[in-house]
Design a protein around this ligand. Structure first.
Ligand SMILES: Cc1ncc(COP(=O)(O)O)c(C=O)c1O
Length: 348
């Protein structure tokens, strides 16, 4: 990283492009207005758990999830590299975000999804004029379909961790969060970050963002403990963590979680996710569907913050993380999307 003064960055408009030297895009990005998003104190939860708790709420981003950050950086860079046609597998929300950014850029987008992916996400892809390819099975089958399409057509493959730019874009949530926690002189790092884990991009991005701001001298704080949460209906990385394994075996069976973004039975870079979380001192924990629903209602009733089911897993995991040892504050819970995208499920 070339030296860069925090002061200079802070004189720019807030939002992800304030940190553009830390992002892979060289020219003008394809943008739909990426943040900044709120970092909300949760005073009642803080009192309950005896530690300062905040919620980084990425619900207000374009397309209603943090996938916009990965799409803004990843699609902008792909277009900059000459891609005119892009293909990606998706659990739902990433495909929706990339379809909108592709429409914005005027490039062709193909999204492969499991037939069981949320109908709302399929509608978003179609509304944005992208091609939707539905396949039987899970996102692992959708990933295989996307790879064949890329091989046949020469389309740019934007699958999770298949290219290096999405994770860079997702770093911006954390650069922004550390900036929001900071004071006039420096950024401040949380003691603990809790995020849901599907493919694990958010978790890896968080650790990388912390490493970079420390290297730039934007803070003297120690790197945060990053802990990850999966649904116990699809918990391949939790199972590997508990077994002390270096990589994860594919999860078999029904992926019955309402947190549709976490229906990732064979995460492609589980070993990287495990290494990053364990290296930070963090843990992987699984939560039940009942715990996700209870936490979602709890956060809405207690703090007025309505989160998506994936976001709710972070509060659901807190008692279990507290049991494992001290929760180093401040604790940031990451809400990756707007509850409004899940109202059908939540109403039921
Ligand atoms: C709302 C939401 N949260 C979390 C995730 C999991 O993201 P990651 O792949 O970064 O672990 C997804 C993935 O689809 C998602 O849509």
């Amino acid at each position: 990283l070339a030296p860069l003064a925090l002061d200079e960055v802070r004189h720019r408009p807030p939002g992800m492009w304030r940190y553009r030297e830390l992002l892979p895009v060289r020219g003008e990005p394809v943008s739909l207005g990426e943040g900044p998003t709120p970092l909300l104190p949760a005073p009642r939860l803080s009192e309950r758990f005896g530690v300062e708790i905040l919620v980084k709420d990425d619900g207000p981003l374009p397309s209603g999830t943090f996938k916009a950050r990965g799409a803004a950086a990843g699609l902008s860079r792909a277009v900059e590299l000459g891609a005119r046609s892009i293909v990606m597998p998706s659990a739902g929300n990433a495909g929706a975000a990339w379809s909108l950014y592709a429409a914005r850029a005027g490039v062709t987008m193909t999204v492969t999804m499991a037939r069981t992916a949320p109908e709302e996400n399929k509608a978003e892809v179609r509304l944005a004029g992208a091609e939707l390819v539905e396949v039987g099975g899970t996102i692992a089958d959708a990933a295989a379909a996307a790879r064949s399409i890329a091989a046949e057509t020469g389309a740019f493959l934007a699958a999770t961790f298949a290219e290096p730019y999405r994770v860079e874009g997702k770093k911006s949530a954390w650069l922004e969060c550390f900036d929001q926690l900071g004071d006039g002189a420096s950024m401040r790092l949380p003691g603990t970050v809790v995020t849901s884990v599907g493919g694990g991009v958010a978790a890896v991005a968080c650790a990388k963002a912390a490493e970079e701001v420390r290297a730039l001298g934007w803070t003297g704080d120690p790197a945060p403990v990053v802990s990850g949460v999966q649904s116990d209906q699809c918990a391949p990385i939790v199972r590997a963590f508990e077994a002390g394994a270096a990589s994860a075996e594919p999860w078999e069976g029904e992926l019955g979680t309402i947190a549709a973004g976490l229906r990732v039975p064979a995460p492609s870079e589980a070993d990287l996710v495990l290494r990053v979380l364990e290296g930070s001192g963090g843990a992987m924990v699984a939560v039940s569907e009942e715990e996700i629903r209870t936490a979602l209602r709890d956060l809405a009733e207690t703090e007025g913050i309505l989160v998506c089911p994936e976001g709710a897993t972070t509060l659901a995991a807190l008692p279990r993380l507290a049991e494992r040892g001290e929760l180093r504050g401040p604790v940031v819970l990451y809400n990756t999307g707007a509850a409004g995208k899940y109202l059908g499920v939540l109403a039921r």
